[in-house]
Design a protein around this ligand. Sequence first.
Ligand code: ADP
Ligand code: MG
Length: 230
Amino acid sequence: MPVITFANTKGGAGKTTAALILATELARSGARVTILDADPQHWISHWHDISGKVPNIEVISYVTMASIQTHINDNRATTDYFIIDLAGARNTLMATAIGLSDHVMIPIQGCAMDAKGGAQVLELLGHLEEKAGIRIDHSVVLTRVNSLVTTRALQVVKQLLSERAVRVLDTPIIERAAFRDVFDCGGTLQTMDPLRVSNLDKACQNARAFGDEVRQLVPLRLTRNMRRAA
Ligand SMILES: Nc1ncnc2c1ncn2[C@@H]1O[C@H](COP(=O)(O)OP(=O)(O)O)[C@@H](O)[C@H]1O
Ligand SMILES: [Mg+2]
């Protein structure tokens, strides 16, 4: 059961949105997903409350420093992917969640290019590796990218990050009404009405590409405990 944590110390970076897109996409493809909602705004818990039963998805709404490890252990046998949505803050819960993760996703807004909150997460990951010898795989995912932005502009951001040896996912998350509206409607992209949500098909394609890329990077069999044992 890989643990994937979405972290950026800045609010509004797109963590919660990306976490829900990934969770619903993995669930759609048949994986059993548990989302740990550690965002004090509780958007995902609210989404779950209004959605009714979503196949393959469970949401845990309350977490403390003391309970996080137990939540992970309790779900190991029954969950394929465990996804953590963190607060937009630099706190001990963030450090603990990152320390327990197989992969940290760092959403950074592609348009704003304000990468400070992402840099703080990268700094923490660097400290963990240098001081404690713990290397946690991680990737930046560009979010809220304008669909009209040229790939050239994105290439520049990717180039800058790759110069610092930071992996950037090939799939950016595009700014789409569907990714916003799903929090109001509940359900999934597949249950939304294409007549009422513009470019729903493109949002579905984007979510699928994102899910495919994450599945390749973090396959089911690759969990941290197994890597340690190897
Ligand atoms: N890809 C996207 N398309 C459209 N709106 C988005 C997208 N990503 C984020 N948003 C919107 O931006 C705001 C902040 O996103 P959110 O995921 O809550 O960020 P965070 O969890 O990092 O604070 C929300 O209003 C959300 O609906
Ligand atoms: Mg959030």
